[in-house]
Structure formats: C-alpha cells, structure tokens
Ligand binder design. Structure first.
Ligand code: KG4
Ligand code: ZN
Length: 335
C-alpha cells in the first residue's frame, strides 16, 4: 500500500511516499531555515507563504523520486496538528485537493505520532507497546505507546519544551537559529562539568518536566559573565547545559520505565538528534537491560516519511477524514 504524505507544520515543506508504513520510496524536504535564520526564529506568516510556494514542486518531486503517479497511490496522509495554524492549513488543503481529485482516502496525522513512527521506518522489528520520550521544538512528553494509534501521556513539560530550551539558551549566547543543533556541536568542544546548573523538579509530578528554571539559570550565568567583562566560555556553557537537559530527560524516562515495567524505550523528535542525550540513554538503558531505539539523524527532524508511516497505521485503524478536515494548532497526542 503506497501512501503519499504531506508535512508543513513548521518550517519544512515535505512530501514522501512510503510503502506499507515501513519502506521509504521517496522523501523530499524543502527547508526554510535559511530564511527564518535572519529573524532568529520561525516567522509564521513567512512560513505559510513559503509552504504555499513549495508544496507543488516538493510533492511532484516525491512522486518522481518514487517513480510513481498519483494513480499508483492508495491514500493521502497529512499532518493536521499540532503546529503553526497557517502552515498546517497549506498542507491540509493541498492534501484535500489531491485526495478529492483521485478519490483517495484522506488520513490526518498528529505530528508527534509521526515523530514516533520515524522509528518504524528505521527498525522494521519495532512494534508497540513501548515507552517513548518525544522531544521536539514545541513538546516534551513521556508517552506510553499502547498500540500504533493509542497513546497515554505519562509526563509532559509544564513550561518550555526541551527543544525550545535549547534554542533559547543558544540565542542568549548569540548562537544562530536553529540553536539546538549548533549548541550540540559547540558542546562537543566544551567541559560539561564547568558549570553547575539546576535540575528543576515538578513537586508531586516526578514525570513532568520544567525547563524554565534551567533556562533562567543559564541566561543569568551568561549575563553575569558578560558584566564582569570576561570572555564568554560558550563551549563550556553549551556542554554544561546540554548535560543538564540530557540528564533530566534520561532520568525521568527511566523512572517512567521503572514505574510501568517497560522493556523498550524509544526516542523521537528533533531533540532526539542530540548527541549527549543519545549517549546517556544508551548507557543507562544498557545498565538496566532496556532495549533502546532512536531514529537515524535524517529522520529525527521534520519529514514527511514519518507522517506516511503513521498514516499507514491510522488508515488501518480506520482513522480517515472527510473533506471538512480542519487543522489544529494544538491537539493532544492521545485525543
Ligand atoms: O521535531 P522538530 O524538528 O520540530 C518540531 O516538531 O518542533 O524539533 C526541532 C527542535 C528545535 O528546537 C531544534 O533546536 C531541536 O529540535 N534540535 C536539537 C538538535 N537537533 C534539533 N536540540 C538539541 N540537539 C540537537 N542535536
Ligand atoms: Zn517535529
């Protein structure tokens, strides 16, 4: 079964064709990063406009790369939540047009479910149930994936998402957007014990995250160092900050594994590309005999292959939409 998926929730216009949820026939991504970089972050109006300009070419590119025609498709999947509303609407309306013109089923996909499904592409043996840490620019969740389409949130952030924390810390050191990626690279050159940063806890909710205190601590550290007139030890700050975030994420995920008796842990979302997080998770999961999966780097960030993969399982579960499908800026993964 060939599914064409469209992804336009943030600053990547992407289309992909995936066979039977697991085999990528094509994957095309048009990134807007260079444009948003000028503004230090994603400008929603610009993102929508650039999606509208790119979506036809990107979709045609995905069909060409797969050597398929619209007639060879079995369904159209599209990210319809969560994300920037204007950006999502471009993808949703385009997908509706394709589905209507060819009489194909239209399958709405939750973006975070898609991030989890990136692992199905990389690991053909991986099947739910498993415990999942989903860490992206807008979300930080510890989730029980009970089946391909049934999820239970065990913990989530009370304030900033992990990716957002990386991006804000990077920005306050003058590191260009997208900060998390560059911060990770600079951290490789620094000493992660150079600074002691807090590991904020959420009273009474040990599986919830709070990154705002950590972010404030690092911003204060930067300001104080600058005020003293010294040179900012950027690499050491990056390494210490990255270590703190990786430790918080790992510690809570392992606590959730212990509480639920999970034997398999899966990482997903843009932040799962983080080197320190991957290393620490590997180390801790090995110590406890837990199986660990994380996506290859090309599937960590936003792409449409992961949406097509999840779309396949949504279609099997009967989760299709009509032509009145809408987009939602926020929607829970378990809704
Ligand atoms: O999943 P994603 O591509 O988009 C959203 O759905 O939000 O995640 C983007 C986030 C950004 O905040 C970016 O800075 C962060 O993931 N990110 C990283 C790394 N690569 C991407 N954060 C830390 N280390 C990385 N290597
Ligand atoms: Zn994403």
């Amino acid at each position: 079964m060939n599914i064409l998926a469209i992804e336009s929730s943030c600053d990547e216009t992407a289309a992909a064709v995936v066979a039977n949820g697991r085999t990528v026939l094509s994957s095309v991504i048009a990134s807007q990063v260079e444009t948003h970089k000028i503004y230090g972050g994603v400008v929603p109006e610009i993102a929508s406009r650039m999606h509208a300009e790119a979506i036809c070419g990107v979709t045609q590119g995905a069909l060409d790369e797969a050597a398929l025609k619209l007639e060879d498709l079995d369904a159209i999947a599209v990210t319809n939540s969560p994300g920037l509303i204007g950006a999502l609407l471009v993808g949703v309306n385009f997908a509706k047009g394709l589905a209507l013109s060819k009489g194909l089923p239209l399958v709405p996909v939750h973006h975070l479910r898609g991030h989890i499904a990136a692992n199905y592409i990389a690991y053909p043996q991986l099947e739910p149930p498993f415990l999942c840490l989903v860490v992206s620019g807008g979300h930080s969740h510890i989730i029980q994936a009970e089946s391909y389409t049934k999820f239970k949130i065990l913990g989530q952030t009370r304030d900033d998402a992990a990716g957002e924390a990386f991006d804000k810390a990077a920005r306050s050191m003058g590191i260009p957007y997208p900060g998390g990626v560059h911060l990770d690279e600079l951290a490789e050159l620094g000493k992660d014990t150079a600074f002691t940063l807090p590991r904020p806890k959420v009273e009474g909710s040990p599986l919830d995250f709070s990154f705002s205190g950590l972010k404030t601590a690092v911003v204060n550290l930067i300001h104080n160092t600058k005020q003293k007139g010294g040179e900012l030890p950027v690499n050491d700050i990056c390494a210490s900050f990255r270590r703190a975030v990786a430790e918080i994420l790992t510690e809570k995920t392992l606590l959730a594994a212990e509480q639920t008796g999970a034997t398999t842990v899966v990482l997903a979302g843009g932040v799962s590309a983080n080197r320190r997080l991957r290393e620490l998770m590997e180390q801790r999961c090995a110590e406890r005999g837990l199986k660990l999966y994380f996506p290859p780097l090309n599937l960590c960030g936003d792409n449409a292959a992961m949406i097509a993969s999840q779309g396949y399982y949504e279609l099997l579960a009967g989760n299709t939409a009509q032509m009145n499908l809408n987009a939602y800026a926020s929607k829970a993964i378990d809704a």
